[in-house]
Design a protein around this ligand. Structure first.
Ligand code: GN1
Ligand code: MG
Length: 309
């Protein structure tokens, strides 16, 4: 079905323009401009999310938990026949009003605050979040997948597997965002947390690690890490246990190594998980991530000091 007719299913009329957004790796996303404003319209990738209704149920629960929050919010999803999604030709589509960014400095601190708030609010919400991708942040699972297609595994990813095997012992499982890169927060008044598809149960350190990984793409930026960490701490309040605080640095290594494994697996595989990436781009991405991993290991003491503060 053409994109315009899907927007109409959500009651959006007077459409004047539709453009595709190509930055995501998994879903198809469009910006729809209508007389009533701009919207984001997005399909859900079936092969990645085999139970789309569970994803949308998770999102509905997140939206309910954030209904009374003033300083951090999540998108307001439009409804179709009383549900927060529409079905068309077997695909699931979601639509929400475009969120404007109006950053005026302090972006990283506010991003950290948003993700810390996310974990705190969900932790008190009583939401029943379903695991929509089995083993989504399971390092061992990605490692096993790589070994199935490649015999020459980078030794640092093997060493990391060993190192991480006990990192999250005694750490509580919480509702986390699951894709907590800084791009997924629109810093405005208030901040909006996007991309709720991978909200699942996991260690808070994984969200922390993803934030840090996503800002340190050209080497470890201690000031950026400090701002994110301070914001995260402020958003969380007193929620984290000592074991969780001690696990935060491991979260950085974990998500960085995990993503390196995933891109490397794509490089060696016939079919690619990251839609639209060529084999060479996947190899390049995995090498960048291995470089980042090395940088984090070198800066371990500095980062730990920031965390302890
Ligand atoms: C994918 O499509 P996007 O960028 O929101 C992936 C994340 C990765 C990210 C890497 C469901 O998210 O896990 O961290 O790419 N999402 C899924 O940039 O696999
Ligand atoms: Mg995502």
């Amino acid at each position: 079905m053409e994109i315009e007719r899907i927007a109409v299913l959500f009651g959006v009329a007077g459409i004047c323009g539709i453009s595709e957004v190509v930055t995501g790796h998994i879903n198809r996303t469009y910006i729809v401009t209508a007389e009533s404003g701009r919207y984001v319209l997005q399909s859900l990738n079936h092969s990645v999310f085999p139970r789309p209704e569970a994803v949308m149920s998770n999102i509905a629960q997140v939206a309910a938990a954030f209904a009374d929050q003033n300083d951090v919010r999540v998108p307001h999803f439009l409804t179709c026949n009383g549900r927060n999604f529409a079905e068309s030709d077997g695909d699931i589509w979601r639509m929400y009003a475009f969120c404007e960014d109006s950053a005026r400095g302090g972006e990283l601190r506010r991003t950290g605050y948003a993700y810390g708030t996310f974990i705190r609010v969900m932790s008190c919400s009583g939401a029943q979040i379903q695991q929509v991708i089995d083993g989504f942040h399971n390092y061992d699972r990605y490692y096993a997948r790589l070994t199935a297609v490649c015999t020459d595994i980078p030794p640092e990813l093997t060493a990391l597997r060993e190192r991480l095997s006990r990192s999250f012992e005694g750490v509580p499982v919480r509702v986390i965002h699951g894709d907590a890169k800084t791009d997924n927060v629109i810093v405005g008044e208030p901040c909006t947390i996007l991309d709720l598809d991978t909200v699942m149960l996991g260690a808070a350190a994984l969200d922390y690690g993803d934030m840090v990984r996503s800002v340190c793409t050209h080497g470890v930026d201690a000031e950026a890490v400090r701002e994110l960490t301070e914001g995260f701490r402020a958003g969380l309040g007193v929620l984290l246990t000592d074991a969780e605080k001690a696990s935060l640095f491991s979260g950085i290594l974990w998500v960085t190594g995990e993503l390196a494994l995933r891109y490397l697996t794509d490089y060696y595989s016939e079919e690619r998980y990251f839609v639209g990436k060529t084999r060479e781009q996947c190899l390049k991405r995995s090498r960048e991530l291995l470089g980042q991993l090395g940088g984090f290991l070198e800066a371990e003491q500095d980062i730990r000091r920031i965390i302890e503060k």
